[in-house]
Design a protein around this ligand. Sequence first.
Ligand SMILES: NC(=O)c1ccc[n+]([C@@H]2O[C@H](COP(=O)([O-])OP(=O)(O)OC[C@H]3O[C@@H](n4cnc5c(N)ncnc54)[C@H](OP(=O)(O)O)[C@@H]3O)[C@@H](O)[C@H]2O)c1
Length: 293
Amino acid sequence: MQHSILIAGGTGLIGNLLSSTFEKAGHTVFILTRNKALCADEKYRWWNPDQDEISEHALEGIDVIVNLCGAGIADKPWTAKRKQELLDSRVKPANLLFKTAQKSGKIKQYISASGINCYTVNTPNQVNEEDAYGTDYLSRLVHEWEHAALQFEELCPVSLLRISAVLSEKGGALKKLKPLFKWGVGSPLGTGKQPFTWVHEKDLVHAILHISENQLAGAYNICGKTVSNKIFSQALAQSVKRWMLPVGVPSFLMKLMLGEMSEMLLNGVNTNAEKLKGTGFEFEFEEIEKALS
Ligand SMILES: NC(=O)c1ccc[n+]([C@@H]2O[C@H](COP(=O)([O-])OP(=O)(O)OC[C@H]3O[C@@H](n4cnc5c(N)ncnc54)[C@H](OP(=O)(O)O)[C@@H]3O)[C@@H](O)[C@H]2O)c1
């Protein structure tokens, strides 16, 4: 069945690729953006969730909403002000979409971006969607983000995309790390033993298409096979045909440079995507070496 899909925050890294994936599959896509200039094109619709403003026809003809909004978690140090921005840029858009969807009464599925960093970190055994939220900053952020998304359960099935670090040439972790490895100065971070969860951009958008077309409700981890930070760094060095520095960047130095944000790199979630695979989804890139090559 073909859908009319509104992607909120669809102008970013994931949104761009997702939009063309949905279109190739025969769905009609509209993008909800704060960028008024883009709205000269009828594919784009305007809103400003910070001011609680949204175009009157934002949800016109729409039956599925995908919400990818959120200020970049790794873009700026986690000061108290930045933490508020990270929260507001996720919760306020969800709240405004919910209020608007209540009036439209036509939404059949709400799909929300979320993060894999919602579990207890560095566990020896793998955690999964059945497990409780962790207690660190990112877990608490994801908890509130998902809580805002779950308001939609009053109206339709809700899907929570627990996305891991997206491997893409166009942005995210890989774009920042690859030049360092190309220059031969790449190395593991901290002890290198912490888990690293990742997903190839192609698998991510195909997983979102699968979740949408099969109306899968609930939380889904979207990740390839978890590796240690050291194995990831080795695979990245190999993919650019360079050696990796044998000594990791010391944890204290990372804490000094990045403050609390260093937690994101020095800790990791040991998890898997068995639940998603159990619904019939097949990853093209499950092994880190294949994804990076
Ligand atoms: N990329 C990753 O590795 C990764 C991993 C895990 C989770 N995620 C999550 O997946 C979602 C999409 O990721 P992405 O990499 O595509 O992010 P992105 O490139 O930064 O795009 C996010 C979009 O969100 C919108 N946005 C930003 N701040 C906003 C605000 N205050 N109010 C409303 N909209 C706002 C922007 O759209 P406009 O400027 O057009 O309004 C932007 O294009 C994010 O929520 C992110 O946290 C990403």
